[in-house]
Design a protein around this ligand. Structure first.
Ligand SMILES: [Zn+2]
Length: 325
């Protein structure tokens, strides 16, 4: 039996066909093309689900369920997406709308919860407590305690990106200031890089000599998080300073998470996590200096996700398994 897992993002919608060993057999995608109506987005989700089943020559009866990871507050009890600011969703009867278009039962959860669940299950972690932080456009959080996702009373639990690390800091789109995601997301790293190149490079000549400036094509609008890590590898001074500041912000946010949950594993996922040890090593060192439990014999193992972008699809697919139990 197969299951479908859908990662509904602000840029792309990806539907994956997942087998019983939690492997993705095939996936198809389309652009989210915001802004547009929830109905129109849900039509595309249904189209992608049918497409990936058809192109793998499967009967619809060989697929048990569809699960969708939604970037917002996904109330599993009512089937409504109560709020998804990036998608412009406000009280959308998501499960009903999608079930009207497909022959499979539909399950949904917050996208970061789905990613944490997918990484936890498919990654073969044996630990009872596990937290995944996804560094992307924002910062997503998923918390697993005693082998179960922590969803909160209103399904908005584990929004770890919206915990404050600087209450006099920059504004966040959630309404607070100084949220972890304002300093620690991939978007934040890109903004920090643009700012450094524009204002901190002392004089045009110094900027022009910077490898970071070359890697972004001498264009501030083309800066990517990856440029920083590549420039660090090439020994660039600005990039090293940027990485030092960025990992300092990350450590503040991660230490908060560890102080609250003290999980066995804290796993970092999302695009930025592809940097690997160049990111992980300073983050570990700085976080371990900040945590309350620094003198304990046992501490949280901070690590990089094994399944990266696929975790969200696998976790979404597995929601059906959880929903049936
Ligand atoms: Zn916030």
């Amino acid at each position: 039996m197969y299951r479908l897992g859908v990662d509904l993002g602000g840029t792309n919608i990806v539907a994956g066909l997942v087998d019983e060993s939690m492997k993705i057999i095939d996936k198809v995608s389309c652009k989210t093309n915001l802004p547009r109506s929830a109905e129109s987005i849900i039509e595309d989700i249904a189209m992608l689900c049918k497409k990936v089943v058809n192109q793998n020559h499967l009967e619809e009866a060989e697929v048990a369920s569809v699960g969708v990871g939604v970037p917002g507050t996904a109330n599993r009890k009512t089937g409504f997406v109560e709020y998804a600011n990036n998608l412009g969703f406000d009280d959308v009867p998501f499960v009903k709308l999608l079930e009207n278009q497909v022959s499979w039962p539909v399950y949904m959860d917050n996208d970061a919860n789905a990613a944490a669940w997918g990484e936890y299950k498919a990654g073969g972690y044996k630990d009872d407590s596990f937290v995944m932080i996804t560094l992307g456009t924002g910062i997503g959080g998923g918390v697993i305690i005693d082998g179960k996702l922590l969803r909160g009373v209103n399904y908005a639990g584990a929004e770890l990106g919206h915990t404050t690390i600087n209450f006099q800091g920059k504004p966040c789109n959630c309404g607070r200031v100084g949220c972890f995601e304002v300093y620690g997301s991939a978007t934040a790293l890109i903004e920090q890089t643009r700012y450094a190149l524009e204002y901190e490079a002392a004089g045009e000549n110094k900027k022009k000599k910077s490898l970071l400036w070359k890697l972004c094509g001498n264009n501030l609008n083309k800066v990517e998080a990856k440029n920083v890590f590549d420039a660090v590898a090439g020994g660039d001074y600005f990039a090293k300073k940027l990485l030092d500041d960025y990992t300092t912000y990350l450590a503040e946010g991660l230490a908060n998470v560890i102080n609250i949950f003290q999980p066995s594993v804290l796993c970092i996922g999302g695009g930025v996590s592809k940097a690997g040890d160049v990111l992980l090593n300073p983050v570990k060192e700085k976080t371990n200096r900040l945590i309350y439990s620094k003198n304990s014999a046992v501490n949280t193992n901070i690590t990089i996700a094994k399944h990266d972008n696929d975790a969200g699809i696998i976790g979404a697919a597995l929601l059906g398994l959880e929903g049936e139990s």
